[in-house]
Write a protein that binds this ligand. Structure first.
Ligand SMILES: [Zn+2]
Ligand SMILES: [Zn+2]
Length: 76
C-alpha cells in the first residue's frame, strides 16, 4: 500500500491530543481538571497521553505511561 501524502496539512496543523481524555495542550483534562501542559507518545501503547494521563517519575526524571510504564516521548 502506498502512503498518501497530505499536502494540505503541515505539522503545525496536526495537534496531538491525548487518547485517554481527548485533551490537547492548553485544554483542561476532564480526568484531573488540570490544564494539560504537554502531550506524550507511548511507543509501546502506540497512542498519545497528556501529562495528566501519565506520570512523572521523580527518581529518573522521566515521564512514564500509566499503563505499561514505558518512557514517553514528548510530542508537543
Ligand atoms: Zn489525558
Ligand atoms: Zn504505554
Amino acid at each position: 500500500m502506498k502512503k498518501k501524502k497530505n499536502a494540505h496539512l503541515t505539522a503545525a496543523d496536526i495537534k496531538a491530543y491525548c487518547n485517554y481524555c481527548g485533551s490537547t495542550v492548553g485544554q483542561t483534562s476532564e480526568r484531573t481538571e488540570e490544564k494539560v501542559r504537554a502531550v506524550y507518545d507511548c511507543p509501546r501503547c502506540g497512542v498519545n497521553y497528556c501529562d495528566q494521563c501519565s506520570y512523572f517519575n521523580k527518581e529518573d526524571s522521566v515521564q512514564r505511561c500509566l499503563r505499561c510504564e514505558s518512557k514517553l516521548e514528548k510530542v508537543t
